[in-house]
Design a protein. Structure first.
Length: 403
């Protein structure tokens, strides 16, 4: 009798255990199927990218876009690490000193973050000038998204330049934001940005919050930019539109070209180890001092061409208007009627290379003091800078009505 009862008791307890085992098995199987589906979908997306047709004439000049994406990811990752130790406000300067001297490898992460910002803009300029030379602006949507991406990157760079709370950072924020006073409701806007009547700890906290948020918006715009680029296709060398039969797969050839990015990244890393303060302003190694300003207040090198245009006009209102026009005229390059690439014409090649040369000349002029002959030279090169757009429109109308 006892044996029969024990057998029934064991059986009753075995049934739920067996049921639970099979339910758990089905659950694991469902998770495996879900993960397998994700792996298959990811593999198909990679296969689609691998099979993407691209013109044979694309050289490594088209690979700087992928290098730019890698550098921005490095920037975001190093910035997140620094954000764990950085303190905004009154403790901004001491926290930078502590990161550099006390935090393990803090000097290295800070050097990577600071110097990679210059590398990012160097690659942006190459990517942008390649687009100008090959007249890539006729791909309207990718060009507009690329312009938005450049604006967001410039905003993040300016905000990040203020955060170390050095002497040049402090007075750069003071001078640049103070220019907005000439706008309608400009005084109210300046007080709101400063968090008071002058640059203070509240300004540093506000800029740190914006500097933390904007890079994620940059990553989102990069994804949209890539989607529109693969939707519309890339330009080709010489502006020739190839049919799919004359194109090759993206896979092997162009992926090997993108591997060259690793070499550039390692060279940049070795450069950072050898000269960690290569792109740093010596004045910014002094803590912010409200009672004394630097003799020459100037931004980082990647803003110098716009800064030179700003100082080319002696009038404050006119200088700010020209400054914003110099930035947003890049967006107007996509405002063309013809769908034929202008890089096929020798006349346009001369214009494009002249525009590139004038930009580098403006970067050099941005470092020079406000005195003759640099004032006249800034005004002359600024006139050449804007004349490129009018020559571009005239060539566009000629192509549109002739072909």
């Amino acid at each position: 009798m006892n044996t029969f009862v024990n057998d029934n008791y064991t059986c009753l307890h075995t049934i739920p255990s067996a049921l639970g085992f099979w339910l758990q098995t089905f659950k694991v199987w469902g998770l495996c199927r879900k993960r397998w589906f994700i792996i298959i979908s990811f593999t198909k997306s990679l296969s689609t990218l691998w099979e993407l047709p691209r013109p044979k004439t694309l050289s490594y000049w088209w690979g700087f876009g992928s290098l730019l994406g890698i550098l921005i990811v490095i920037q975001v990752a190093s910035g997140l690490i620094l954000a764990f130790c950085y303190s905004s406000g009154f403790l901004a300067w001491p926290s930078v000193i502590e990161i550099t001297r006390e935090v393990y490898a803090g000097w290295l992460v800070r050097s990577i973050h600071g110097n990679t910002a210059s590398f990012v803009f160097f690659v942006i300029f190459i990517h942008f000038f390649r687009g100008i030379i090959q007249s890539s602006f006729y791909l309207r949507l990718p060009w507009i998204r690329g312009f938005v991406l450049m604006l967001l990157t410039m905003a993040a760079a300016f905000l990040g330049y203020v955060l170390p709370w050095g002497q040049m950072s402090f007075w750069g924020a003071t001078v640049i934001i103070n220019l907005l006073r000439i706008l309608p409701y400009g005084k109210m806007l300046v007080i709101w940005l400063w968090g008071g009547f002058y640059v203070s700890a509240a300004t540093c906290r506000f800029f740190f919050a914006l500097h933390y948020i904007i890079p994620f918006a940059v990553l989102a715009v990069i994804l949209v930019h890539l989607f529109l680029l693969h939707f519309s296709g890339s330009t080709s060398f010489g502006g020739i539109n190839y049919s799919d039969r004359l194109k090759i797969k993206f896979g092997l050839l162009f992926s090997i070209k993108d591997i060259v990015n690793i070499i550039f990244i390692w060279v940049g890393f070795l450069l950072i180890l050898r000269m960690p303060d290569l792109f740093s302003d010596p004045v910014n190694f002094l803590p912010a001092d409200l009672s004394s300003s630097p003799i020459h207040i100037q931004p980082e090198w990647y803003f110098l061409h716009f800064y030179a245009i700003l100082r080319a006009i002696p009038n404050k209102v006119g200088g700010l208007v020209i400054f914003f026009l110099a930035i947003f005229i890049i967006l107007l390059f996509s405002w063309i009627k013809s769908e034929l690439s202008q890089s096929q014409f020798l006349y346009y090649d001369f214009l494009a290379w002249s525009f590139v040369f004038f930009n580098f000349l403006l970067i050099w002029l941005g470092r020079q003091p406000v005195e003759d002959p640099f004032i006249r030279l800034r005004q002359l090169i600024t006139l050449f800078y804007f004349s490129f757009f009018f020559f571009l429109k005239s060539l566009d109308l000629f192509i549109f009505y002739s072909f």
